[in-house]
Design a protein around this ligand. Structure first.
Ligand code: COA
Length: 166
């Protein structure tokens, strides 16, 4: 069985990530979405919420997808899971520089690890999790960016935060 790990922060999952996942599933039998529990950036959703949203957004692929959090180095997680291929998406040339550096670092840390890049669909080239959170905060339409279940979760969280501030 060919397996691949797609790691990321997924704060939250977007149609851009789903595009990469669907392309990955065309080549691999099983795909593990590994969610970084403690990214070094401010997060909107807790790790439990991020896992839950990814599971809900990918419900139709549930036989071939595992969603779980990881802590620490991705290469250690991969070794524990006994999988040696990382999947990453490239949207723009600036993504490439960051991804290239990350792939080399991971290979340096663990020589068996390979990274496969999939070029994102051009319709999602500009999509990013922080951009859509800003749109949500300012009352914009999220339909194009995220599945309904994710949109509802974002709106609920914003509403709760506003109530706390009032
Ligand atoms: N479509 C839409 N958006 C995408 C995307 C796609 N195909 N690919 C990436 N993005 C966006 C994300 O939404 C996110 O947006 P934001 O910055 O506005 O929130 C941004 O691009 C980057 O997200 P992501 O792909 O989740 O990467 P990341 O940089 O947050 O996390 C890890 C990358 C988790 C793989 C990496 O940090 C890691 O492995 N960390 C563990 C510690 C470790 O091993 N460090 C050494 C690694 S070299």
């Amino acid at each position: 069985m060919l397996k691949i790990v797609y790691p990321g922060t997924f704060d939250p999952i977007t149609y851009g990530h789903i595009d990469i996942i669907e392309r990955g599933l065309r080549m691999f039998d099983q795909l593990i979405v590994a969610i970084n529990a403690n990214p070094g950036k401010q997060i909107f959703f807790s790790v439990e919420e991020r896992v839950d949203l990814v599971k809900k957004a990918l419900k139709k692929y549930k036989e071939r997808i595992i969603v779980e959090p990881f802590k620490g180095l991705i290469v250690n997680y991969m070794t524990k899971r006994n999988i040696n291929i990382i999947l990453r998406g490239i949207r723009t040339t600036s993504d490439y520089e960051y991804e290239f550096q990350m792939a080399l670092t991971n290979r340096h840390l663990c020589k068996n690890i390979e990274t496969i890049f999939i070029v994102a669909s051009e319709e999602y080239e500009f999509v990013s999790s922080s951009l859509l959170k800003e749109i949500a905060l300012l009352g914009g339409d999220l339909k194009y960016f995220v599945p309904r279940v994710v949109e509802n979760a974002i709106r609920k969280k914003i509403k709760a935060a506003k109530l706390r501030l009032d």
